[in-house]
Design a protein around this ligand. Sequence first.
Ligand code: ADP
Length: 257
Amino acid sequence: AKRIVVKIGTSSLVKADGAVNLASIERLAKVLCNLKNNGKEVVLVSSGAIGVGMGKLNITKRPASIAQQQAVAAVGQGELIGLYERQFAQYGISVAQLLLTRDVLLYPQSNHNVHNAFDELLKMNVIPVVNENDTVSVDELDHMTKFGDNDQLSAIVAKIIDADLLIMLSDINGFYTDNPTKNPNAKLIRTVNNLNPQILGAAGGHGTQFGTGGMVTKLKAAKRIMENNQQMILANGKNPQIIDQILQGEDVGTLFT
Ligand code: ADP
């Protein structure tokens, strides 16, 4: 795999108390910059703007109103990209911030523009850091502007740049037969070739307090990837070195193919 999209979830970036997990950003930067410096093309899709904004503003409970979420996300996004900027700079890598909206799906011209921008950025040896433009489209019900979630956004980005692999990092070792945080008998599924009703049923409901999508949105992302004949691996982002293990072909996480 040469062109890789890495998606990191809020659960991997923000600690249970809402503070940013600086150590995981540091480790992620090290791994991604190392890949970059070894000739890979890397795009990072990062959640966490609301979580980081909450920490910055000393808010402990996720704001209820959409307007407040948009405001908190706007604070957090700047902070988040600043963190990445400083961490990646240590390895001589520049970042770019791309805040996308559903325009890239609705308008061919927008899609074309974003595609070209990614191409140029990758040529310039930059790591693009992508998020949804939450100020425009944080409303979960707003299907006109919203992708839905960053899981699907990462699959859309993988399609736009024709990535070889989407690595989706979460707080769980992969996709299980049932929610493993509730069912101790749940078994890790190694490979998913077919999103049949049994698989869809295993996805359960929503995720953690800070995460948003749970497995449902990850399966929606997988569906997009599989329809496009691409591959996705869902793995635990607790230790970002897992990205190296994945690229070395080790059996970790769940492969959707
Ligand atoms: P992120 O913030 O990384 O996007 P989420 O918290 O939204 O992650 O989703 C991950 C969570 O989904 C897991 O921690 C787990 O509680 C839940 N989950 C539900 N069903 C499953 C399943 N079948 N396999 C794995 N995790 C599951």
